[in-house]
Design a protein around this ligand. Structure first.
Ligand code: FES
Length: 121
């Protein structure tokens, strides 16, 4: 599993999201990663209207089983972050998503996916 935390111009912006502790959020995600989750910080994924954006990519087995990346938008409070952490602790195929991850999921555009691919190299 890979978790991509966008920290572009809008995601991570204290001015745009003054009530969000962006540093604490990233620290919590990194601390929860353990050995089976890789965490990476990206530049803008061109989905700023959904900021803060966090993308959760299933592991290889999950992808083989047909799972695709989950794009979480408006990840701006502790409750959504908690559900992202719960997702990270769950199955690598991203089945049975926690409620707030499910609610905050949005469908990426082709441009969003292209930006993500570039970030991941
Ligand atoms: S800054 Fe995150 S999508 Fe643009």
């Amino acid at each position: 599993m890979i978790v991509v935390v966008c920290r572009g111009g809008d995601c991570g912006s204290r001015r745009k999201h003054p009530g969000t502790d962006h540093v604490a959020q990233l620290r919590e995600i990194r601390n929860a990663a353990g050995t089976k989750v890789a965490v990476t910080v990206s530049r803008c994924l061109d989905a700023c209207e959904h900021s803060n954006v966090i993308v959760i990519i299933p592991d290889a087995d999950g992808r083989s089983a047909g799972a695709s990346a989950v794009w979480v938008g408006e990840a701006n409070d502790a409750e959504v972050t908690d559900d992202i952490l719960e997702t990270m602790a769950g199955p690598g195929g991203l089945t049975g998503l926690p409620a707030l991850v499910d609610i905050h999921t949005f469908h990426p555009t082709r441009q969003n996916r292209r930006e993500l691919d570039e970030e991941l190299g």
